[in-house]
Design a protein around this ligand. Sequence first.
Ligand code: SF4
Length: 283
Amino acid sequence: MNIARKPEWLQKRINPAAHAAMEGLLGELHLHTVCQEARCPNITECFRERQATFLILGADCTRLCSFCNVTKRTPLPPDSTEPARVAEAVFRLGLSHVVITSPTRDDLPDGGAGHYAETVAAIRSAAPATKVELLIPDFLGSSESLARVVASAPAIIGHNVETVPRLYDIRAGGEYGRSLRVLRMLGELAPAVRSKSGIMLGLGETEDEVLTVFADLRAAGCSYLGIGQYLAPSRQHHPVREFIRPELFEKYRITALSMGFAHVESGPYVRSSYHAARYDGAP
Ligand code: SF4
């Protein structure tokens, strides 16, 4: 079943005219954002507020998740000038909190961990007061890659489980157990760094399955949780099975907090990076 018509609580408008300033800066610095590549429905709101989530290591992915709009293509080698360009954008935008993510780069020996670390270092040099949050792939579970990222000392490290284990066929190359191990290893490597995860709803999961994921994440030491509605980027992507009502998102938020998460954002338009500073106490 493919549900084409969105309900009244999912009618956010995209206004490309409001994106010009951000797109000018991103184009000048030759940077990618997940806001653009993933066709995020929050792009007008975020770009108006000069917020963006930078997509480092190129815009091509080595995996092909059926929910994701990032292109599967043989990626280019990492660009050594990219960390400085991201740092310049962070400085020029005056960001107090920035989220950095990447496609999955299974082609690289370290999965791109070194490039993440160089990007954190460049931002720290150009904008020392900016809190850096990394949203990382699973690095095929490599503890060396995770240690490299942790050593760069970001404020928050996120890794999304995305959905319940029964539906992991939409996450080509991903493994639920490995994602939990990544979160657990992050806690062991850097007990002071908050870890974060995210799950999309509306893919056909049940409430019991969602609550089991919450429990698994807590057992893996995850502190922060984002819960949002899956929206198919196109008709070729995995279809939406259900539009989750705002009341159920609120129920999940309250339940997750009662299970020990330090902060939970839950709502139809929540994405990993949406209002990211709030997890760390910003209003
Ligand atoms: S929610 Fe995140 S990905 Fe979406 S537009 Fe905002 S910053 Fe970009």
